[in-house]
Design a protein around this ligand. Structure first.
Ligand SMILES: *Cc1c(COP(=O)(O)O)cnc(C)c1O
Length: 465
């Protein structure tokens, strides 16, 4: 029965002779167009098989409309700009930190041209790719030496492998975290070839726990930032200073995986006090690892700073070659670090710092304006108000920090909130919002330059009629 119906579907060659298809053939390789036709044909075949139809008539008009949509989909790039209206500043799924404007010129220059990536211009001989960022990293953090790899996960793996392969690493049970994207301290430890020695209990770890775990086999004491969770209540952890003192006494280096690793003390902007990279270095930690695209606000990278002896060993590890950064990362990171030479400039120009520290009064002003414009264009279709809310830092930084913000809340009158959220997501420039109860809300704090216009254009659009 079904088989007879399937015979009513035209052959690919026949469809490719249709005039509408010949238009596509003029601008695209034949194989690409044939693939689009095949995809739609296969969908139609599946539909006939599953639907249990008694009769079936092939509709050329409707079929060609779907081929057109398919061709449009093929023509669109997969990685596109989106509007982050979620209020999560370091949104891992949305690419974490947007770069500062100043990084763009360095990026463009480095990508379109040859560079002195590994060439010492003064000496006219081979150089090291890390030199371009090492000086600024040392100056900003107070460390003796620095090296940069692909991401912080790679940095942690690399340091563990360099210092502790075949040996023991002591870590508090309260810090054996999973960061998401399947980065788990015990797993990374195993892959590095180091043996994990857990000390203390989930909620409390004391210096005596570390002391009694240190043996001839111990190569490293590791302290891990708890990242996306926090311990509250009856807790105890050992300070950098005390651990550094123990390390000094027993000749064992101390490592700190800081995760976000801010270079600026954010408590000055009303946020919870977190140790900065400089704090960790100053308190005697021998090697610190942190991400380039979290609170630093630069490109994806794993930054390792610390004692020269350790960094030199890391640079010599063959794994470093496999995890090395490319010229684009070096370019963007150097430009970002240069902004930090002037802290006031950093807070102004590095997008995530700018968002984090934006005063509520400014958000209120921006929000009021947006609400007014949106009401003007679509009062009959949407109820639009401004609400108080909370933004989040994200990226495993300051998990409990709630940052007061302003939300624009939209309640659609003609469609459901789920439909509206989807329409916004499917916009030419996708607008990623969230649903709270029966409203679609967008957080003013994470809207960047030009985003407001995109939101306004969306609401002007006819697609919501
Ligand atoms: C985020 C994080 C990592 C992983 O860093 P990536 O740059 O995402 O690879 C490792 N450790 C901690 C504590 C983190 O917060």
């Amino acid at each position: 029965m079904n088989r007879d119906l399937l015979r009513k579907l035209p052959a690919v060659d026949y469809l490719l002779r249709d005039t509408r298809v010949s238009d596509y053939l003029r601008d695209n390789p034949r194989r690409l167009v044939a693939d689009a036709v095949r995809i739609v044909l296969e969908e139609e075949r599946e539909y006939i098989k599953k639907s249990g139809l008694k009769d079936y008539q092939f509709n050329m008009e409707a079929f060609m409309e779907r081929v057109r949509a398919q061709m449009e989909k093929i023509g669109r790039p997969s990685l596109v700009r989106v509007v982050n209206a979620t209020g999560v500043i370091l949104h891992t799924n949305l690419g974490r930190a947007p770069l500062a404007e100043a990084a763009l010129k360095s990026l463009a220059d480095a990508s379109l041209h040859y560079t002195n990536l590994e060439f010492d211009i003064e000496k006219g001989e081979r150089g090291e790719r890390y030199t371009h960022v090492e000086e600024d990293l040392c100056r900003l953090t107070g460390a003796e030496s620095a090296v940069v790899v692909n991401n912080n996960a790679a940095a942690v793996l690399l340091v563990l492998n360099t210092i502790a392969e075949g040996k023991e690493v002591v870590v508090s049970r309260g810090e054996l975290v999973e960061i998401g994207g399947s980065f788990r301290i015990p797993d990374v430890m195993r892959k590095s070839g180091a043996r994990l020695v857990e000390v203390g209990t989930t909620n409390r770890t004391h210096i005596r726990d570390y002391e009694s775990a240190v043996t001839q086999e111990t190569a490293l004491i590791l302290k891990v930032h708890k990242s996306n969770f926090d311990l509250i209540g009856f807790t105890a952890e050992v300070s950098f200073q005390d651990l550094a003192e123990l390390g000094g006494r027993s000749g064992i280096p101390l490592m700190n995986d800081l995760g976000s690793g801010s270079l600026i003390d954010l408590s000055r902007f009303g946020m919870k006090k977190e140790p900065t990279v400089q704090d960790a270095v100053k308190s005697g930690v021998d090697v610190v690892t942190f991400s380039g695209d979290k609170l630093l606000g630069g490109p994806q990278a794993g930054i390792i700073v610390g004692k020269k002896k350790i960094i030199d060993a890391v640079k010599k590890n063959p794994l470093t070659r496999a995890l090395r950064v490319d010229k684009l990362t070096v370019a963007a990171l150097e430009a970002t670090l240069r902004i930090y030479r002037d802290e006031l400039r950093a807070v102004k120009e590095i997008p995530i710092l700018n968002m984090l520290t934006k005063p509520l009064s400014e958000l209120t002003k921006k929000g009021k304006k947006l609400v007014k414009v949106l009401r003007g264009i679509s009062r009959d279709r949407f109820e639009i108000i401004m609400r108080d809310g909370c933004s989040q830092v994200g990226g495993g930084a300051l998990p409990l920090q709630e940052i007061p913000t302003k939300l624009v809340a939209v309640r659609p009158k003609l469609i459901s909130v789920n439909q509206l959220e989807r329409l916004m997501r499917m916009n030419q420039v996708p607008i990623i919002s969230r649903i709270e109860r029966d409203e679609v809300v967008f957080d003013i704090r994470t809207l960047m330059d030009g985003d407001i216009e995109i939101v306004v254009d969306f609401f002007k659009g006819a697609s919501i009629e």
